[in-house]
Write a protein that binds this ligand. Structure first.
Ligand code: AMP
Length: 395
């Protein structure tokens, strides 16, 4: 068990709090969805209430190691003033003497928001010098950035090694919930995977066939598996360099009596476009001229049947090109079925969560993960540098 903020004394201490406030912004720079911040408020409120001097650090967008005023975290500092109704300072300068002075002058219960940490190229390089500059600002390090825990960056990994450390409530909850389900799942345990990139998810499927009873694969990633089974996939998405691994995984599942269920029919078109003509393909095979863009009716029925029987479910990735109305149906039906399931359901990944959100079904899910990539790493049995570096609680 990782040490949490409840296991350490924070009164009067400068706490470097790494969060994931990578919120979406509109063209005018306004926050369009603040849910990442809202989920973090319990940790911040706890720290303030217990007299900590909180230094908040996040990345925002992809500034690629250079200052970019459009991605300044001042927008986050302003938002926090509105929801926390307290004095919040903002450090617009380089991580150096001036910021250190601001940190040193903080009083108990006050907050300092640092400028976007990805303005500094040393962050993603995990520079030891940069990490020690960050560490010099604080007495304690707290990581609550689950969405970034798989990155070995200076503010995630380097600085954590230099200070007494702990995880925040959000991180603790993510890790405990996901590991508990993976370690002691109630069966039947069904995983549903979708999305475009099969290369990102091969290790996940590989680990899941050890843990689950059934893996349902839809979305673009299904076509590499279908091809590995010898099906015709037309012009559908396909990653040649994953074909052999996909074949091996299908074989391993068979040997171990685990089910991998692939689409048996499709919604296709001649091109990937929002106005494309929808063509229903009632078979597993897709004609040469067409591209598969969603799972078909029979597949939905098959998947929903398995979802209904499940006591544990993990879902990550859309079943089709969810962004376009014509290819949304599969993802929507799966979202509804997962939400109806009364067992332990864990959902990660932007598109799957967006589908649930659009259908107002978020509240029916046991655990919605704030970190798609990080949760997939955990599910793949891989370690997260940002978690590993945090000390365990003393027995
Ligand atoms: P990922 O980031 O790997 O989870 O992929 C998400 C993306 O997969 C979404 O943008 C979907 O539009 C895309 N996607 C899902 N199904 C398909 C498909 N059959 N063909 C092409 N792209 C797809």
């Amino acid at each position: 068990m990782k040490r949490t903020i409840k296991d350490i004394g924070v009164k009067g201490k400068k706490v470097f709090l790494r969060v994931d406030f990578n919120v979406p912004l509109d063209d005018s720079g306004n926050i369009t969805d603040a849910s990442r911040i809202t989920k973090e408020l319990p940790t911040i409120k706890y720290l303030i209430a217990h007299g900590a001097r909180v230094i908040i650090c996040t990345h925002l967008g992809r500034p690629k190691g250079e200052p970019n005023p459009r991605l300044s975290t001042i927008v986050i500092a302003k938002y926090l003033v509105g929801v926390l109704h307290c004095k919040i300072k903002f450090s617009p300068t380089d991580i150096g003497d001036e910021v250190k002075k601001m940190a040193d002058e903080l009083q108990d219960g006050e907050i300092l928001v640092l400028e976007n940490i990805r303005f500094y190229k040393e962050e993603e390089e995990n520079s030891p010098i940069f990490a020690s500059k960050l560490a010099s600002l604080a007495d304690i390090y707290v990581n609550d950035a689950f969405g970034t825990a798989h990155r070995k960056h200076a503010s995630i990994y380097g600085v954590a090694k230099l200070l007494p450390n702990a995880v925040g409530f959000l991180m603790g909850n993510e890790i405990n919930t996901i590991t508990e389900v993976l370690e002691k799942p109630e069966h039947p345990f069904v995983a549903i995977l979708g999305g475009a990139k099969v290369s990102d998810k091969l290790a996940v499927v590989h680990n899941l066939i050890k843990l689950c009873d059934t893996v349902l694969i839809g979305g673009g990633m299904a076509y590499t598996f279908l091809k590995a089974q010898g099906a015709k996939i037309g012009k559908s998405l396909y990653e040649e360099n994953c074909l052999e691994d996909a074949k091996a995984i299908l074989e391993e599942a068979k040997q171990n009596n685990k089910e991998i269920i692939l689409p048996v029919d499709h919604i296709a078109s001649t091109i990937l476009s929002p106005n494309a003509t929808v063509i229903k393909i009632p078979t597993k095979d897709i004609p040469d001229s067409l591209v598969g863009l969603d799972i078909g009716k029979k597949t939905i029925k098959l998947f929903v049947k398995k979802i209904k029987q499940a006591k544990t479910i993990i879902w990550n990735g859309p079943m089709g090109v969810f962004e376009y109305e014509a290819f949304k149906r599969g993802t929507k039906k799966i979202a509804k079925a997962v939400a109806k399931n009364k067992g332990k359901t864990i959902v990660g990944g932007g598109d799957s969560i967006a589908a649930l959100h659009a259908l107002k079904l978020d509240k029916d899910i046991y655990h919605i993960s704030t970190g798609g990539g990080a949760s997939l790493k955990l599910i793949a049995g891989e370690s997260l540098p940002g978690v590993d570096v945090i000390s365990d609680v003393e027995e």
